[in-house]
Design a protein around this ligand. Sequence first.
Ligand code: HEC
Ligand code: HEC
Length: 387
Amino acid sequence: MRLRSVILLICIATFTSCLKDKTIEPYEETEHPEDSVTSVNGDSIQFPILPDTPYDYESIQYPQHFMDDPLLNLINTLGNNNAVTNEGATLGRVLFYDKNLSANNAVSCASCHHQDKGFSDGLALSPGFEGALTGRNSMAIVNTNFQRRFFWDERATTLEQQVLMPIQDPVEMGMNLADLELKLAQLPYYANLFTEAFGDSVITADRISLALSQFLQSIRSFKSKYDIGLATNFIYFSEEEKTGMEMYFSGNFNCNHCHTTQNFGGVTNEINGLQLNPVDNGIGGISGDADDMGKFKSVSLRNISLTAPYMHDGRFQTLEEVIDFYSTDIQAHPYLDDRLATNAQTGGPPKQFNFTDTEKLALIAFLGTLTDYDLITNPIYSDPFDN
Ligand code: HEC
Ligand code: HEC
């Protein structure tokens, strides 16, 4: 006990160096006795391990094919006034992985958003801080600057607004923002991180929001096999992947019209015919409009092979099940999107694409080329408390 207090005092006294001395390779197994110390109130405090010089988030630039996409360009310029700085994103990374953001220190953002799964979590519904389940499937986080709105029902219009919502959600993290400000002020590693990011150590909900948003904005996925293919005439694509790509972009199945742009979605919302009477009204639950009942964000398909299960309720376990659904199982709905109805003018019964097995495999193979292996292993997005 006494020894621990001494360690704590030394640690606080040399706090700056505590943080700065830890330039540790992600795979190095080193003992850090000072990483787990006892605070004044007896709780164990774990320090984040950060590089000497902040990682370079600022200079991650999208390749030309993103910037040449007119719709993405538009969304990006509508964007926000919260440009990513290396210090802001560093603070955001610590916040994203810090379980202290939940009422009982049980979950962090990363509990439901895992880097190795494209920042989704592999579950249909996710347990929050007290074990109760979320109402919807955890969403992948990718290229947020190119998303028009956030959540399945698009209820958050900006990312800065979005990031504070899970913290206060009674199922997810159960925290209120005033308490959070006080709580973070008691954790010794934040003063320095806020100072680096914002010029002084004052902790406010606004700053928490700005920093979290900067970290999320820095999660930029553009190094998939598909992206490399664009630059290399797809010479590394198999015949199967090429067939799937042709199907995707052919317009015959409209995948590319809803999951649109070089970001493969995240721009529009539709009713894709999962059911006649939706249990979850999605956007209709917010707008109250009859034609929005069961309408959801058509999310980005980047990293889709990593983000099962699928749809807002996680109803499909595999991409095979998703493609089977689009092939023969689209359900009638008075406001089924025109592009999935047999008569685009009058609506009409759902289309049946009746994909052959070869076509199904080709589509799935193409979707597999949207996986970005750099993103899911890059240490700049990894857990700084994982040591
Ligand atoms: C208990 C699980 C859980 C935790 C903890 C959690 N999330 Fe989520 N996240 C979800 C679920 C579920 C959704 C979809 C909710 C909805 O649409 O109603 C979601 C959606 C999102 C989205 C929207 C993505 C999009 O494309 O629209 C972002 C961004 C996000 N979360 C970031 C965060 C951040 C930042 C934190 C921490 C402050 C966090 N999440 C904590 C489960 C969680
Ligand atoms: C009319 C617009 C529309 C068309 C056409 C469409 N989708 Fe979708 N897609 C959506 C919407 C909306 C969702 C989310 C629905 C939900 O969760 O309730 C979705 C969900 C998905 C998902 C699950 C995403 C996730 O993260 O859970 C996949 C995969 C998918 N679509 C692939 C395709 C493919 C492949 C095609 C072409 C065969 C296609 N979509 C055609 C609108 C569309």
